[in-house]
Design a protein around this ligand. Structure first.
Ligand code: SF4
Length: 315
């Protein structure tokens, strides 16, 4: 190793990484010494990919796309993960940008052609790394809008620490039911943890998405929910949680592009795509609840796997 990774971090970040309690798993391992907890990640940058991504919601991607930084591994290990190559903790942790300079050079290159937005994908277990990259961008006088694109299994204290750093929160809200969370993600307390984290995001941003004259988001909260085949009722409960616990005005991206990543033997309902009827049932509940901001996804996009959002303008 011809660089010192600890040079990336502040004293506070080093202290956190030396007994990692960054996420609700609270492993307490010393990542600076190479120890690994649930996320199987050490203290390196652990970036799998930096690319221009055009498949986000229209207020983010625009026509030019956004610069997404995909971290390796994830603190949620969902059976049906649509991104397993990168996020599976059993696979080798990809670390394709070893230094801040390499990562920032690539981001700077992509920002020349994309919207002026950088999205950090699966950042929960890599928050100090994300902050280090942002500091390096600021040092270069680059001030893109920052998107925090998370599984939603985040600690409230860590989200509080992102106030003034993150501009747009993009959390998943996967489950309202702890049994389903346990079955599909092996995390029983996901619903309550996610709800508290999203409430803190909402406290920081409110429900309105502030945008510029080109309708690109500058600040706000967009909650994503992927409807799982055979579980429309669960999705309706998630929408109820958001409506009654947060706001009827919060922006929701209702995703219908579920695609079986491989054969899931224990849960056969996950081995198919969503039907139009299932999607429609959840979308109707969205309206019936009085939710009125967000995006419905074109259901036909499930065959293509990649998100393809269509703004339905629920005004
Ligand atoms: S970030 Fe990783 S090591 Fe730290 S508490 Fe979470 S799962 Fe454990």
């Amino acid at each position: 190793m011809n660089y010192d990774i600890t040079d990336f971090y502040t004293q506070e970040e080093k202290t956190m990484l030396s007994r990692c309690m960054l996420c609700p798993h609270e492993c307490g391992v010393n990542r600076l010494e190479g120890e690994k907890g649930y996320c199987q990640s050490d203290a390196e940058l652990n970036i799998a990919l930096i690319c221009n991504h055009k498949g986000e919601e229209p207020v983010l991607s625009g026509e030019k796309g956004i610069c997404n930084v995909f971290f390796s591994h994830c603190n949620c290990q969902c059976l049906f993960c649509q991104n397993k190559d990168i996020s599976d903790n059993r696979k080798k942790c990809k670390n394709n940008y070893k230094t801040l300079k390499e990562a920032a050079d690539k981001i700077e290159e992509i920002l020349q052609e994309s919207e002026n937005i950088v999205g950090f994908v699966s950042p929960t277990h890599q928050i100090p790394m994300m902050k280090s990259i942002i500091r390096e961008l600021h040092r270069r006088n680059l001030h893109p809008k920052i998107v925090y694109n998370t599984s939603g299994y985040d600690k409230v204290e860590e989200i509080k620490g992102l106030e003034g750093i993150v501009d747009i929160y993009l959390p998943d809200f996967k489950y309202a039911n702890k049994d389903l969370a346990l079955r599909f993600s092996k995390i029983k307390n996901y619903p309550q943890v996610c709800l508290q984290a999203v409430k803190e995001m909402y406290r920081q941003t409110g429900s309105s998405i502030l945008s510029d004259e080109r309708e690109r988001a500058l600040r706000g909260l967009i909650i994503r929910h992927l409807i799982l085949p055979g579980h429309a009722e669960e999705s309706k409960e998630v929408l109820e949680n958001i409506a009654f616990e947060l706001s009827f005005s919060v922006s929701i991206s209702l995703m219908g592009q579920y695609f079986p990543p491989f054969e899931i033997k224990d849960y056969p309902e996950l081995n198919r795509t969503l039907t139009k009827e299932e999607y429609q049932e959840v979308a109707e509940h969205f309206h019936a609840l009085g939710l009125h901001n967000g995006w419905l996804q074109d259901i036909s996009s499930n065959a293509e796997y990649l998100p393809d959002f269509e703004n339905m303008g629920f005004k």
